[in-house]
Design a protein around this ligand. Structure first.
Ligand code: MG
Length: 252
């Protein structure tokens, strides 16, 4: 069963998503050469404490960080630690918080200083593939339509989509039904209905889509060690039109 959120639940979900987006923006703004991923994670933890929210990732399946920070050839689930961020890196930060009993989940990939043109293009295409997935997440469409939209944008640019990890429903729990692969066939998979809340999160690789998990049992990296980018929003399937992005900062 894919949960449909009630208006009351959505009110709380919106708070969690807004806070998640605001803290992610604060963390992304801190990224600079010389900082370690562990220091960046500690900053995220401090911001979560200051906002009175909890990390949705810390302790999840034993995950040891407040955030997942994945550099360059790392795809997702990077464990924050002593690795230093350098100019020219692309740094993916995945950040989820629990507030009001609900989870908001989002990720972005930050370019540090001068980044080579291919990595810039990788980030731009990945973000565009997320936008395409969100546009395809409409009431009456199916999960396969979302994956297909993401995949079409990524592959048209000559990149590949990761097969082993996918997006997911999100709400009271970090991972709810359905799974949302970043590939698929139009018209296939579960039907989308208004009130569903989904974390759509393309992971796009420069080279092969194949990945491996490091001996730390968490960090996923590309098999060919070429770069990977990751963008994610939590969205709400609307009565009509594209899904509404919930993980956005308060409009000023
Ligand atoms: Mg997620």
């Amino acid at each position: 069963m894919i949960p449909i959120k009630t208006p009351e639940e959505l009110k709380r979900m919106r708070v969690a998503c807004r806070l998640s987006a605001e803290i992610l923006a604060e963390v992304a703004a801190q990224i600079r050469p010389g900082l370690t991923t562990g220091e960046l994670d500690a900053f995220a933890a401090a911001r979560m404490r200051a906002r009175g929210v909890k990390s949705a990732f810390l302790g999840y399946g034993g995950f040891p960080g407040y955030t997942c920070i994945s550099l360059n050839e790392e795809v997702v689930h990077g464990i924050p630690g002593p690795r230093a961020i350098n100019a020219g890196d692309i740094v993916s930060v995945d950040l989820g918080v629990v507030a009001e009993g609900f989870v908001g989940d989002n990720a972005t990939t930050v370019r540090v200083g001068e980044v080579d043109a291919e990595a810039v293009r990788l980030c731009e295409v990945t973000e565009a593939s997320l936008a395409a997935g969100i546009a395809a997440a409409r009431a009456g469409s199916r999960i396969g339509d979302v994956g297909h939209a993401v995949q079409a944008v990524a592959e048209a640019a000559g990149f590949s989509v990761v097969r082993d990890y996918c997006g997911h429903g999100v709400g009271r729990k970090l991972h709810e039904e359905p799974q949302i692969p970043n590939f698929g066939k139009p018209g296939q998979g579960p039907l989308l209905k208004p009130g569903m809340t989904l974390a759509i999160e393309p992971m796009v690789n420069q080279g092969t889509y194949q990945v491996e998990v490091l001996p730390n049992r968490w960090t996923v990296r590309t098999l060919d060690r070429r770069r990977s980018a990751h963008f994610e929003h939590t969205v709400l399937v609307a009565e009509s039109g594209p899904a509404e992005i919930l993980t956005c900062a308060e409009k000023k």
